[in-house]
Write a protein that binds this ligand. Structure first.
Ligand code: F0G
Length: 455
């Protein structure tokens, strides 16, 4: 079946509206700020026609599985393969796609031993085309940006959104504008945005300042915003959960653990789980837990000190720069899904993040620092009894190891936050593998090998 035929044949189910998460207002078109025209809160996408779906959960699961043998672009994409649960493509419309999704689930036997849970897995979103989970949302949002006829798209970013947006904008033939905090994002991510052709502005502020400015910009210029305030992004990011469950043959894990920054991803995963239950595709819910860095712990404080009723913002500081965010836009959505799934919210220290990152690296997998909060958080959730040793746990690794090489190299050389490391002692040293400079002799290499054998 050609890709055009596939689109036409399947474009029968999803048909969406925007719903305000606060007042429930339903609208057909959203303004450039993606906020409710009545109360100003965020919008989400809802599918009124789902009530009239004529499929059984089994037939839908079979359709999705069957598409794996197709070579049509919409089927090869690990996002559009699940298009019945996404905003509908127009007749003959081809999505802007880089064959995103289709990311692996890995077992983590060593980390399982360290933490004491028997069944521990990683869903590695860092294996997406630009190296982070952002691609799964960007394919949907870029497709709708192009359909809306915008010449420019823009985002504020801690790095990964900008890399992803720049790539998808280039593929979709629109221009892109990136606003990043100067000096506070990894050069690897910045280099991606440059190479993909974005106009890249390093602003003398933090991420929250960049996002505030973007909100002003989209109200004053015909620029389409591709931050996760844009609900099309979250629809694409939902497919992480759908694909994960398919990879588990629809056996529901007990826990899914995800890093929290601007809180779009946790909201998207939670929305997917709630929708899958509503559609009868799963019979029980995994608990969805969000982990933040201690220095960027707005959701932790919001839940602990304000019981999720109002946002407590913080001045964010962490070396896990992807989640260096103090005023998360999607906090209300995240509170809702954490509470609705019975999940938890935890914070972890800089040393705990670095240690966990090296442990995930030692599995032959690796991830960027923000992703490692999941393993560090799991250790705490086990300690407090929230996660039981016989339960199954999936860590969502959001970014690739190569996204932040400076962090990795500084860590292994013992140059990352030196003062803290001195106090941290043996557990850090056990996972550190500094490079060794030697004379180019067999003797020197043999001695090194012998020493390593003993350690
Ligand atoms: N992990 C990584 C690697 C990220 O890049 C981000 C966010 C998160 C976790 C947190 O996800 O914001 O949905 O809660 N990065 C954004 C960016 C903010 O601009 O790249 P979230």
């Amino acid at each position: 079946m050609s890709s055009l035929d596939a689109t036409a044949a399947d474009a029968q189910l999803a048909d969406f509206r925007f719903r305000c998460i606060h007042c429930g207002n339903l609208i057909d078109t959203a303004g450039q700020d993606f906020r409710c025209p009545s109360c100003g809160d965020l919008l989400e996408i809802t599918y009124p026609r789902w009530k009239h779906f004529h499929f059984t959960p089994e037939s839908l699961k079979n359709t999705w599985r069957g598409r794996r043998t197709s070579n049509a672009a919409v089927d090869v994409s690990g996002v559009w393969r699940f298009r019945e649960l996404l905003p509908e493509l127009a007749h003959n419309e081809q999505p802007v796609t880089l064959r995103e999704g289709n990311t692996p689930v890995y077992e983590l036997p060593r980390c399982a031993r360290v933490t004491g849970v028997a069944r521990l897995f990683a869903k590695h979103q860092g294996m997406n085309p630009t190296g982070s989970f952002k691609d799964t949302g960007m394919t949907v949002a870029a497709t709708f940006a192009r359909r809306a006829g915008f010449r420019w798209v823009a985002c504020a970013s801690t790095g990964n959104t900008s890399a992803s947006m720049a790539a998808y904008a280039a593929r979709g033939g629109v221009r892109s504008l990136v606003l990043v905090p100067e000096g506070k994002i990894s050069w690897s991510k910045l280099s991606q945005a440059l190479d993909y052709g974005a106009v890249t502005c390093q602003l003398r502020t933090d991420f929250d300042g960049c996002l505030g400015l973007l909100q002003q910009l989209v109200r004053s210029a015909p620029v389409y915003q591709l931050n996760s305030i844009n609900p099309f992004r979250l629809e694409g990011q939902k497919t992480l959960a759908i694909e994960l469950l398919e990879q588990f043959d629809w056996q529901v894990p007990d826990h899914i653990i995800v890093p929290g920054g601007n809180l779009g991803n946790s909201s998207a995963i939670g929305k997917a789980l709630l929708e899958l239950r509503e559609l009868g595709m799963i019979s029980r819910m995994p608990k969805l837990s969000v982990i933040q860095a201690e220095g960027a712990n707005a959701l932790v404080r919001t839940l602990r000190e304000a019981h999720g009723k109002e946002l407590i913002t913080v001045q964010a500081e962490t070396r896990a720069t992807a989640i260096r965010i103090g005023n998360p836009a999607s906090w209300k959505k995240a509170v809702h899904v954490v509470q609705a799934t019975g999940g938890a919210c935890e914070q972890v220290s800089e040393v705990e993040i670095a240690q966990a990152k090296a442990e995930i690296g030692a599995e032959g997998i690796g991830c960027e620092p923000a992703s490692a909060v999941t393993l560090a958080g799991l250790k705490k959730l086990i300690q407090c009894g929230f996660v039981k040793p016989d339960e199954s746990v999936v860590l969502v690794l959001t970014g690739n190891l190569l996204k932040d090489p400076d962090f990795t190299i500084e860590f292994h050389r013992g140059e990352l936050f030196k003062e803290i490391e001195r106090g941290a002692g043996a557990s850090l040293k056990a996972v550190r593998r500094p490079p060794i400079v030697l004379d180019a002799t067999l003797d020197a290499v043999m001695k090194t090998l012998e020493q390593a054998e003993k350690s």
